[in-house]
Design a protein around this ligand. Structure first.
Ligand code: EPS
Length: 388
C-alpha cells in the first residue's frame, strides 16, 4: 500500500517525507521532483519567504542508480531560512527560551487558538510552525514520485487557478495538454492572459489594503483507467479518498468533483452523463463529464476534474480583533510575515496529493512489487475491459 508521512516545522531545519509502497524499478531523478517543487514556490502574491527559499530535494533512501528499489523513499527539503532562526526562536536548546518572543495574540482563522488549547502550550509558535503551508513542499516531493509512476500507465495531471477573489477563469473546452501549455508561462497558473491580469489586480488591491485573497484551483487528470476505487466500502471510494487528501491542504475549505455544488439546482436529466460506445476503439465513453470522472466511488474513464476552494490566508497585515491567550484581554491579532495569495501554489499541492491517491488506487488494483509486475497486471486488466 502507498502511504506517506511528513515531518518538519516551517522555520525548522527541514521538511521531510517518507513515502512507502512505490514499486521497484521506477526511474526517477531529482530534477523531476525539483521542477515541481519550484512550481509550488511560484505565483504572484507570495511573500518575502519565497525569495529566501529555493526548494530542492535530498534523497536519502529508496532510490539507487536512478531507480526505486521498493524500499521507503525518504526525501528532505532544507529550509534556507532556518539559518536565521536556529539560534533562538527555533533552537533545540532549553537555554534559548525567551518568553518575550511568545506569540499570544492568536489569529482568527488560523490553527493558533485551538492548537494552544489542545496541546496546552503558552506560545502559539508551537502550533503555527507545523500548521504552516511550508509542510506542503514535502507533499509535493511525494506527489512527484507518484506522478512519475502514473506516467508509466499513461495517466497525466495538471492544475490551474480557476478563480481568484471574484475573477473566474474556467478552462472550458480545453484539454489537459492545452491547459498545461497555457499555465506554465503564467504567474498565476491561469489559462487566460486577460483574466490573469484581472486576478493580479485583485491580489495587488488586497495586499495594499493589508488583506488577503483566496480562490479556487482545479486539478485535472487524463488517461485514468475505468475502475480505480470501489463502490463496495466507504473507505475504498476514490472520490472520498481524494476529497480527504485535498481537504487536508492548508486553507482548503471545500472540494467538489465535476460540476459539484452547481448540480444542486439542476435536474437529473441534464446532470447525468449519457453513455456511448465507440466500436472501433472498443470503448465506453460519456457524452459529457458533469460527474468529473467518478461514479459510485470508481473512476469511469473520463477525465478526473476536482475543484477546491482556498480561503483567504489568515495572517493579515491589517489584523482582526482577537483575545490575547495570556492576558485574556481584547487585542488585535499578531502580524506575521505571510503571503497575500497562494492559490496557484495550492493547485500544485492539489495535483501532488491527487497523484498520490491515484497511485495508491493503482497499486491497490494492480498490486506488484516491481513496475514490471504491476504493468503486466495492468495490461491484463485493460485487455479484459477491451474484450468485455
Ligand atoms: C506560511 C507563512 C509564510 C509562507 C509559508 C506559509 O512563511 P513565513 O512565515 O516564513 O513568511 O511563505 O509558506 C512557505 C514557507 C512555503 O514554502 O509555502 C504560513 O503561515 O502558513
Amino acid at each position: 500500500m502507498i502511504r506517506y508521512y511528513t515531518a518538519g516545522e516551517s522555520h525548522g531545519r527541514s521538511v521531510t517525507v517518507i513515502l512507502e509502497g512505490i514499486p521497484a524499478g521506477l526511474r526517477i531523478d531529482r530534477e523531476y521532483i525539483n521542477v515541481r517543487l519550484g512550481r509550488r514556490q511560484e505565483g504572484y502574491g507570495r511573500g518575502e519567504r519565497m525569495k529566501i527559499e529555493k526548494d530542492a530535494v535530498e534523497i536519502s533512501s529508496g532510490i539507487r542508480w536512478g531507480e526505486t528499489i521498493g524500499s521507503p523513499i525518504c526525501m528532505t527539503i532544507n529550509n534556507r531560512d532556518w539559518e536565521n532562526w536556529k539560534d533562538v526562536v527555533m533552537s533545540l536548546d532549553a537555554k534559548a527560551r525567551e518568553e518575550d518572543l511568545y506569540i499570544t495574540r492568536s489569529r482568527p482563522g488560523h490553527a493558533d487558538l485551538a492548537g494552544v488549547l489542545k496541546y496546552n502550550r503558552n506560545d502559539a509558535r508551537d502550533i503555527l510552525e507545523r500548521s504552516s503551508a511550508r509542510e506542503t513542499a514535502a507533499r509535493v516531493a511525494a506527489g512527484a514520485v507518484a506522478e512519475r509512476l502514473l506516467e508509466e500507465f499513461g495517466s497525466k495531471l495538471t492544475s490551474y487557478t480557476s478563480q481568484i477573489g471574484k475573477v473566474k477563469a474556467p478552462a472550458e473546452g480545453m484539454d489537459l495538454a492545452a491547459i498545461k501549455k497555457a499555465v506554465e508561462g503564467s504567474r498565476l497558473r491561469c489559462v487566460d492572459v486577460e483574466l490573469e491580469r484581472k486576478m493580479m489586480d485583485e491580489i495587488t488591491r488586497a495586499g495594499k489594503e493589508g488583506d488577503t485573497v483566496g480562490g479556487v484551483f482545479t486539478v485535472i487528470a487524463e488517461g485514468v483507467p475505468v475502475g480505480l476505487g470501489s463502490h463496495t466500502q466507504w473507505d475504498l471510494k476514490i472520490d472520498g479518498n481524494i476529497a480527504r487528501a485535498v481537504m487536508s491542504i492548508q486553507a482548503v475549505k471545500g472540494v467538489e468533483f465535476g460540476r459539484g455544488f452547481a448540480l444542486a439546482s439542476l435536474r437529473g436529466s441534464v446532470v447525468h452523463d449519457e453513455i456511448k460506445y465507440d466500436g472501433s476503439e472498443k470503448k465506453f465513453y460519456r457524452a459529457s463529464n458533469n460527474a468529473g470522472g467518478v461514479e459510485g466511488g470508481m473512476t469511469n474513464g473520463e477525465p478526473l476534474v476536482v475543484n477546491a476552494v482556498m480561503k483567504p490566508i489568515s495572517s493579515l497585515k491589517k489584523p482582526l480583533r482577537s483575545i490575547d491567550i495570556k492576558t485574556k484581554k481584547e487585542i488585535t491579532a499578531e502580524i506575521i510575515r505571510s503571503d497575500v495569495c497562494a492559490v496557484p501554489a495550492a493547485g500544485v499541492v492539489g495535483e501532488a496529493v491527487i497523484a498520490i491517491e491515484l497511485a495508491r488506487a493503482f497499486r491497490e488494483k494492480f498490486g506488484g512489487d516491481s513496475l514490471g509486475e504491476m504493468k503486466r497486471n495492468f495490461d491484463g486488466y485493460l485487455k479484459q475491459v477491451r474484450e468485455y
